[in-house]
Each structure stands twice: as C-alpha cells, then as structure tokens.
Design a binder for this molecule. Structure first.
Ligand code: SF4
Length: 340
C-alpha cells in the first residue's frame, strides 16, 4: 500500500527523500508544490525529474478526504462534511467575519467525553484523526475559499488533547515557514480539561493559545454537564491553570456555554469570578444552541447580559459569542454526522 506524504513534517519528508537517494533540496521543492501551490499530483510537479515523479507516484499518495457536502449558512459560514478513507465522516466549519476567516476543525471522529450539551458527545467515540486527516481539513478549506484562512480553532468534533501527538504534529506542519506559514498565535486548542495533557502543553507548547471549556463554577453542575469533571474536578483543573506558564501578552480563554436554569444565575457568575480570579484570562459566554436532540435551553437575553455585566464588574474581559452556522447545524455543540 502506498504511504501518504501528507501529514509528514519537514524532517520526516527528508527521511523519505533520503530513502530514495535524492538530494535534500527536493524536500523544499515538494513542500512548495504541496503546501504553497497545493498540487496533489506528482505528475504536475514539473521541476522534479520525471523519473523521481514516477518513483513518488509508485510509492506515495497525496490523496485527500472526499467532500461529501457543503452547506451554506445565512450568516455566511459554511460546513463541510468529509469522508475519510475508512468511510468515517467528520465535519468542519469555515467562518468568514470581516477580515478574519476562522476554520473550526475536528480532531476525532466523535468524542469520548460525552458533554451533555454537545451532539458530538452523543455520537460516542470512533477514533482519533491522523495528522494527515487534521491537516487535510485545512487544505480542503483553503482549496474551497478565495479568502485567506487567518485563524484555526480546534473546536470541531472531538477533544484535541486526547489526540495530542497528531494535533501537535499537524500544528507543526501548519506553522512551518516553508509550508503554510501560519502564525502559532492564530491557532487555538480548546479543551474540556484534560489535565495531564494541559500540563504537557504548558511544558512544551505554551505559545499555542489555549481555551478551556469551563461551563460551571461548582463540581456538582460541572459533573452533570461534563463527565470529565469526575476525573479532573474543578479544583485540580483550576490549580493546573493557575500554574500554567502563560507567555506575556497571552491569556487563557474560558468558554462558558450558558444554559437556562443550569449555570446562568447571578450566583453562578459570582462563583465563576471567584474561581478564576488571578488567572490571566478572558471569558467567552456562548448562549446554548437549542436543538431537538438535547433537552436544554438558552437563557433569555436579560439573563445573558446580566451574567456578562457581573463578570465585567469583577474586571473580567467577557464577550458574548453568538455561535455561527446554527441553521446548518454547524454551531458549537452541533457537529454530529451520524445523528443528522
Ligand atoms: S463539547 Fe467537546 S469535549 Fe465535550 S463532548 Fe463535545 S466535542 Fe467532546
């Protein structure tokens, strides 16, 4: 079976090129064709000798997942349904907004964490995505938009820190200067709170912006909303984040899905402020996206604004984030291919 050249770092590509007894500058040529010109047929790589192109074609593939469907939202975001080689399916969302275009990508097929407000969680866990499959989402999105993709968020299907190595390797390739050259600052990893992996990220990759999906300020509520809290309860998670080496001019983003009568009271806001006091952070409030499959509801606007006002009064930068792509089931918590 042919192996894929997509999803290989520069050093790994160099190893493959060496195996073929080719000079190392071929790596730069390959990177240029694949990641800058986005050419996925060796035959079209015209500055490579014909014999090398034939050899590459015999041994390697540059195949991408199939786009099964693209759905366009009235808010101009669009959702892609992709089919992987083993026929598993994943989704990703492209969200243009002013000069910014954000791609929300998946890191797993399904998710093992089962947060009760999330349809992906209801799918259960199928498998981790490979580095190639993560990278391919970015490539396919680039091929299907005239806009420059400025930001990437790992907030699609799955918990990225449970697929740590593949996610980090994909980020290494996305930010490789000779390749896509994306800035690390523009890639956000969002986690439900996988404490050991947060520690690992802090030691090695603390320059990647980190978002933590918090959603509650007490263990009882968080246990109910996010079963991972039973493994890594709030005190351990917050202690970990207090010690997290946040670089200058960066801060942690706390995401808080506001759910009617569950976590939206003034005392929830005050407890939240107490809980995260002293952490360099900002808070994104995300009003719950109602969906028939989940019996939870969005708070009314007054409750949402009061919650925000209370946090602002405690000196937290607090934004209300309206989810994009609700009408195409592309909003936060709505990605789940098998439930459509
Ligand atoms: S919210 Fe994130 S971590 Fe929780 S089930 Fe959904 S995809 Fe998994």
């Amino acid at each position: 079976m042919k192996s894929s050249l997509l999803g290989l770092t520069k050093d790994e590509l160099l190893n493959e090129i060496k195996k073929l007894d080719e000079p190392s500058y071929r790596v730069s040529q390959l990177i240029k064709w694949i990641y800058q010109k986005m050419v996925f047929s060796f035959d079209e790589m015209t500055d490579l000798p014909l014999i090398l192109r034939e050899k590459l074609d015999e041994l390697y593939t540059l195949s991408l997942p199939k786009i099964l469907d693209i759905r366009y939202s009235s808010d101009k975001s669009y959702k892609f349904l992709l089919e992987l080689e083993d026929k598993e399916k994943i989704e990703m969302i492209l969200m243009p907004e002013g000069n910014k275009t954000t791609l929300c990508i998946s890191s797993q097929v399904g998710c093992p964490l089962g947060c009760i407000f999330c349809l992906t969680g209801k799918m259960g866990f199928r498998r981790n995505l490979s580095c190639k499959e993560i990278l391919a989402q970015f490539i396919l999105a680039k091929m299907n938009t005239k806009r420059r993709i400025t930001n990437i968020v790992f907030m699609g299907m799955g918990e990225p820190l449970l697929n740590y190595d593949n996610v980090l390797k994909a980020i290494e390739i996305m930010t490789c200067r000779e390749g896509f050259g994306l800035s690390l600052r523009r890639i956000t990893i969002s986690t439900a709170g996988v404490v050991p992996a947060i520690n690992r990220l802090g030691k090695k990759n603390n320059r990647i912006p980190l978002a933590v999906s918090l959603n509650a300020s007490d263990n009882k509520t968080r246990d109910y909303l996010m079963p991972i809290n039973r493994k890594y309860p709030l005190d351990i998670l917050i202690e970990t984040l207090r010690k997290y080496p946040i670089p200058p001019r960066m801060r942690i983003t706390f995401e808080y899905v506001l759910i009617k009568d569950i976590n939206d009271s003034p005392s929830d806001a005050i407890n939240l402020a107490k809980l995260i006091k002293g952490i360099k952070c900002k808070i994104n409030l995300i009003p719950f996206n109602e969906m028939p499959e989940i019996k939870l509801f969005k708070p009314d606007d007054k409750t949402i604004y009061n919650f925000q006002k209370l946090l602002i009064s405690k000196n937290f930068t607090t934004l209300i984030r309206q989810s994009r792509g609700k009408d195409i089931k592309g909003a936060c918590g709505q990605l789940a291919v098998s439930l459509q």
